[in-house]
Structures are given as C-alpha cells and as structure tokens.
Ligand binder design. Sequence first.
Ligand SMILES: Nc1ncnc2c1ncn2[C@@H]1O[C@H](COP(=O)(O)OP(=O)(O)O)[C@@H](O)[C@H]1O
Ligand SMILES: [Mg+2]
Length: 276
Amino acid sequence: MSFTESLRHAVRRDQVFDFLIPDAGPRLDLSHQTILYLEDLTVSFDGFKAINNLNLYIEAGELRCIIGPNGAGKSTMMDIITGKTRPDSGSAWFGQSINLLNMSEADIAEAGIGRKFQKPTVFEMLTVFQNLELAMAQDKRVLALLRASLSAEQRDWIDHTLETIGLSELAQEPASKLSHGQKQWLEIGMLLMQQPKLLLVDEPVAGMTHQEMDRTAELLTSLAGERSVVVVEHDMDFVRSIARTVTVLHQGAVLAEGSMEQVQNDARVKQVYLGE
Ligand SMILES: Nc1ncnc2c1ncn2[C@@H]1O[C@H](COP(=O)(O)OP(=O)(O)O)[C@@H](O)[C@H]1O
Ligand SMILES: [Mg+2]
C-alpha cells in the first residue's frame, strides 16, 4: 500500500470492514460537509400541496430533529428522499454528486440512505443475531442464510452492531421475546448492517417506556457523527432530550429552524404547533 493509500485507509475509519465496501455505484461526495440538499421541492396530491417549496439542508454527521403538526409533510419528505414519492418540482441531492431524483428506491438504499419506519419489521422467529445476519446478507432468503457460513469479519461486524444497539446479551434469543423498545433498536441495528451514511427515523419512541426513550436518545446521539441522523418525532420531551438543531415543518415548508429553545420561543411555532 502506498503512503497516500494507507492514509486514505486510516481516514476512512468507518470502512474497516472490507466486505462492506460497495464495489460499484455512485460515490458519496461530502466535500462541502452537506449530506442532503432539498431545494424548492413541491409535491401535490390531487391539487393539495403536501410539500410546498421546501428547502432543507442536513450536514454530514449531524443529528437533526424534524417536528411539525400532523399533515405537515414530514413523512412525504422522507418518501421523496427515499425515492418512494417523486416531487413535481425541485431537487434532492445526496452529497455533492448524487441526484436522488434519478434513482430507484433500491439504488437510493444502496447509495447509503437507510429508513426506519414506525412499525418494527423484525423476524420474530429468528434470533436477534440472525436478524442482523439477514440484514447484512446479499441473498435475503432465510435458507440461503442458514447454508452460508459467516466470515470472522462478518461475525465481528454483527457483534459490533449488537453492542451499539445494546442487545449483546440477547443475541441468541428469538426476536419475539424482545420488548417493543428492544425491537425498535434491533431494527435500527438491521439498518446499520448496511452502513448507511444517512439514517432517517420516523417516530422512534412511539409506545416506548421512559427508560426505553432515554436509551433511544443515547443510541441516536451515538449514531450521529459517523453518519447523519434525521429523526421525525412528536414527543417533545424526547426531542428536547436529543435535539441539536430542530426544524419545524408546517404546510409542507420550513416554518422555523434553530435550537429547541429558539424554536419553542418562536411566535409562529407556538401558534401552529406547540400551543395546540
Ligand atoms: N399518497 C398520498 N395521497 C394523497 N394525499 C397524501 C398522500 N400522502 C400524504 N398525503 C397528504 O399530504 C399531507 C402530508 O402528509 P404527511 O407527509 O403524511 O404528513 P406528516 O407525516 O407530517 O403527518 C397530508 O395532508 C396527507 O393527507
Ligand atoms: Mg408522518
């Protein structure tokens, strides 16, 4: 390895697991420190503008909270980022060079955007470990999974993820035995197996106990830095406990942005959201 190569290798510390390095596909360019650009986005459903000239930027490594009343367009925004919904106009870029509006949902996921939906979709009859194994596998059939043997490196990566999500001790338990909160963490772990650079999380603490909420706040905070995390959440106490920058969406556009304190003291925000 040349000096430059080894330097590059050392800097890309989140890619020590060689088998995870994508062999093709577009490269994420974060040279301007911005991982997501949503500009002048508009989407109409039957003439109703669910997203109305939305402009939003997410920095590399940041943890952003998105709040806003029901129908504000939060889920639709995530649908646009992940390719599920196409906007009528505007642009959506992942880093400097990846145009999300030209890509399929599968290509967007592969390029490094992971999305966690509200309802956990873990496989109840598989163990926690096997769920992570399946999430990592190229071939998603359970039979293929059982036949294949893991490399030491892959095993390490699963163990590392188990530690991150705090489920190491429960690795050999069937997922059906997990609490609601633990299932949510497992699903976050399953997303992490694919090494996303941007993680979108929709209402992660709905139905969680206070203790589980605290643990989730810690988990999401720890995940930022190496990747960017965007959290949509209704629970104000939770948002307060993790928030750095908070963006308030209203009628499909950004109403306010800033620290939780700034946003809470914004008269327009009080009117449409916090005071409701
Ligand atoms: N596929 C769709 N067809 C028609 N209307 C939709 C569709 N998706 C969302 N909407 C409407 O767009 C608005 C924004 O919805 P949504 O993005 O789910 O808001 P939020 O997640 O902030 O509660 C709502 O009025 C909703 O009814
Ligand atoms: Mg929603």
